[in-house]
Write a protein that binds this ligand. Structure first.
Ligand SMILES: [Zn+2]
Length: 346
């Protein structure tokens, strides 16, 4: 099983793949679990296994004409439904037709949703004759990006699938799916990979101190690798808590808002763990500032959640970052809270 980057396989998916191929029932599977551990890759490998033309094995052979067509992203019996915003990062930028091409031409922000028009097209695809005679596979990732209308459009076909049609959906938040969609699918749970396996994989990708970035990404190796490629390394991450507590904005002001919010949430979580005498999860214990009080951390956590709910708002980013960091400093260092006040960027 090859990773999205085509370099190293994702070893932690071998077992879930075998389990899914062995125990699957019905024509529709729903892979669910944390993001950043290869849901899409597992879904794609399952699709490849269903379409593989070599007689039955535990996984796709990787060498038959069908496997090669899947790897080349051009199998006539495979349709991949992705939000436009994910196409490029997943190396699936081939379907630039209609609305996608128009959006690209108009330089509109790529959509994060799977649109109903695309789902209608997938339904038509599932009903058409299989070109190579094995199956017709529709892959939907992530399924929670279908709104209720799009999901209902798919539902009828999931309930009464045409002859050779098979479906594989992936999902980070099963609760966000229509219960009727969930109940039509056989669930394939995907857990966080073993830490040693994931760290070794990151080290193979030349990530220094992989266990630090792995913890930073909540145990999700693919997310950790993405961070590393975007310039967040273990040294930057380890230094972050004390940098924030000291009021040094530095390079943090240039981070995208979702990443800054994520980092501050994790810092808040770990500082609260420390205040309760529990082990932190995202930062090395020695990296965390001491002395924060639980009431201050709780208040900070609430503020962060409130900001997160409005993360799509067109903030003045430098002002927002400065305000968030000031808020963080006040929560982390009781001394700094005196004489300072929180400014709102809104
Ligand atoms: Zn094959």
């Amino acid at each position: 099983m090859v990773g999205a980057d085509g370099l190293l396989p994702l070893p932690w998916l071998a077992q879930p793949l075998q389990n899914a191929l062995r125990t699957q029932r019905g024509h529709a599977l729903l892979i669910h679990g944390p993001q950043g551990i290869g849901q899409f890759e597992l879904a794609l490998t399952l699709a490849q296994a269903w379409l593989c033309e070599t007689e039955p094995t535990a996984q796709p052979c990787g060498v038959c004409a069908s496997c090669r067509l899947v790897q080349a992203r051009s199998h006539p019996d495979l349709l991949v439904l992705l939000p436009e915003a994910l196409r490029e990062s997943l190396g699936w930028d081939s379907g630039e037709e209609g609305a996608d091409a128009e959006a690209k031409a108009s330089k509109a922000k790529p959509s994060k949703d799977i649109k109903v028009e695309a789902v209608r097209k997938a339904v038509g695809f599932a009903q058409s004759t299989s070109a190579r005679g094995r199956a017709k596979v529709v892959l939907v990732h992530p399924a929670e990006r279908m709104n209720a209308i799009a999901a209902n459009t798919l539902l009828k076909t999931l309930e009464e699938p045409p002859g050779l049609a098979r479906f594989v959906l992936s999902c980070g938040a099963p609760d966000a799916l229509l219960p009727t969609i969930r109940s039509r699918c056989h669930a394939v749970p995907l857990a966080l990979p073993d830490t040693h396996l994931a760290s070794a994989w990151l080290a193979g990708h030349k990530v220094a101190q992989p266990e630090v970035l792995l913890a930073a990404a909540g145990g999700q190796p693919m997310e950790a690798l993405e961070w590393a490629r975007e310039g967040v390394d273990a040294v930057t991450w380890t230094r972050l808590p004390k940098q924030v507590a000291a009021g040094e904005v530095g390079t943090l002001a240039a981070w995208p808002l979702p990443r800054l919010l994520d980092a501050l949430h994790k810092l808040c979580h770990d500082a609260a763990c420390l205040a309760c005498g529990a082990a932190p999860r995202y930062f090395p214990p020695a990296a965390l500032p001491r002395g924060a009080t639980l009431p201050a951390l709780n208040a900070w956590s609430k503020e962060l959640s409130r900001t997160l709910r409005h993360a799509e708002h067109p903030w003045n980013l430098p002002v927002m970052a400065e305000s968030l960091l000031l808020q963080a400093r006040q929560a982390l260092t009781p001394a700094a809270a005196q004489g300072l006040s929180v400014h709102s960027a809104r």
